[in-house]
Design a protein around this ligand. Structure first.
Ligand code: UD1
Ligand code: UDP
Length: 372
């Protein structure tokens, strides 16, 4: 059904590229006339992923500017995407998650009466300011979407409570697990890179590895200061090596490099390409992160995550004992980290509560069997 229709898959940031890669490859084989558009809300971080998965954008809006404001970015996306909609007679747009790219493209599609499918739909904190602006981006995209691919039951329940018609919602699991499967197969074939080699030289992997990431806007300033202070405390344990790939957002870079550059067992590195990051995640004893994607991936490797946020829309991991909400409270981060680091055994989970790795197949099957 719907063959010969024009489908546009739109992504802008690193996590969208990772999570949409498996969906994109399914669509390429689907019989739809599928095109890939990158807004390049991220540039280097996005390109790392495109290169690894060998995804070739048909349209690259190249919109990233240093320290871009959300409104400037939004206005440029609206203007540029509209040209593609008109010229290529798009029938269906697929967007992902909660970024500015997703919500603005969903709005632009609605204005042109183009159908919108939302991947990773229905996650909610119902706190407008946390995560900011992602919670509202996701709610807005949900209002505009025609098809909702919910990563889990609770996301689907949220949508139903908001009045979304049940026959437009499908629970798929999270496509991040599909991506992990694709990557796992590559890593199993003896994957190696110069970055992995240089990590092996710089970091003592006989010690307990703490992997850290952070980029949330609501943590800028005091929150990041507090996280850095906690890391200094944790680093006083001689048996620990901390590896921190620092997000390229200047608000993150400034604080992190100022505060942690001179701590010998804290390794500040450039954002890692995705397979290298997964390689490192597998070696970690503990992860400290505010990332959505990392919360979803870590249970696959049985690595606990301290979530440096006050709320999470990914409650499944907390309920399963895989992740722990610690906010940016220095003492809480330190005490919970020390508790986990004092044990040799990590969590036992082998079943990842976020998906089975077949989400992208479910998405394509649903769209093939639905008229639009
Ligand atoms: C964005 C998303 C967030 C997502 C995150 C994933 C929004 C509002 N935010 O946050 O939902 O969780 O990506 O990482 O959509 N930069 C570079 N090079 C890059 C990427 C970013 O230099 O490749 C710097 C630029 O100065 C840019 C700044 O980071 O202006 C912020 O980028 P932006 O996409 O606005 O926000 P993120 O914090 O990355
Ligand atoms: N990631 C990566 N390199 C890094 C840090 C993270 O490839 O140095 C991957 C990680 O495996 C996950 C995704 O990026 O799939 C998460 O992206 P991010 O934390 O930027 O965004 P969020 O998931 O919070 O939206």
């Amino acid at each position: 059904m719907n063959d010969n229709k024009n489908v546009l898959i739109c992504i802008g940031t690193r996590p969208e590229a990772i999570k949409m890669a498996p969906v994109y490859f399914k669509f390429l084989k689907s019989g739809y006339n599928t095109k890939l558009c990158v807004t390049a809300q991220h540039r280097d971080l996005l390109d790392q992923v495109l290169e690894f998965f060998k995804m070739k954008p048909d349209f690259d809006l190249n919109l990233m500017t240093p320290n871009q404001t959300l409104n400037k970015l939004s206005s440029r996306i609206l203007e540029e995407i509209d040209k593609i909609f008109i010229e290529h007679k798009i029938d269906l747009v697929l967007v992902h998650g909660d970024t500015t790219t997703s919500s603005v493209i969903a709005l632009a599609a609605f204005n042109r009466k183009i159908k919108v499918a939302h991947v990773e739909a229905g996650l909610r904190t119902y706190n407008k300011w946390s995560p900011f602006p992602e919670e509202m981006n996701r709610q807005l995209t949900g209002r505009l979407a025609d098809f909702h691919f919910a990563p889990g039951r609770s996301a689907s329940q949220n949508l139903l409570k908001e009045g979304v018609a049940s026959n437009t919602i499908l629970v798929t699991g999270n496509t991040v697990i599909d991506a992990l499967k694709m990557t796992g197969e590559i890593l199993d074939q003896g994957f190696n890179t110069p970055v992995i080699e240089s990590l092996k030289e710089a970091v003592n992997f006989d010690k307990k590895i703490v992997l850290v990431t952070g980029h949330r806007r609501e943590n800028f300033g005091e929150g990041f200061e507090s996280i850095c202070n906690a890391l200094v405390e944790i680093s006083k344990d001689n048996g620990v090596e901390i590896v921190f790939p620092v997000h390229l957002n200047p608000n993150v870079q400034e604080v992190v490099y100022k505060r942690l550059s001179n701590v010998s067992n804290v390794h500040l590195v450039a954002p890692l390409d995705y397979p290298t990051f997964i390689w490192l995640m597998k070696k970690a004893h503990l992860i400290i992160s505010d990332s959505g994607g990392v919360q979803e991936e870590a249970p696959t490797f049985g690595v606990p995550v301290l979530v440096t946020r006050s709320v999470t829309e990914r409650q499944e991991g907390v309920d399963a004992g895989c992740s722990f909400l610690v906010g940016t409270d220095q003492d809480l981060i330190v005490s919970k980290a020390q508790q986990i680091l004092s044990k040799t055994k990590q969590i036992n989970t082998v079943i990842n509560p976020y998906g089975d790795g077949d989400a992208s197949q479910k998405i394509i099957d649903f769209l093939k069997n639905t008229s639009w």
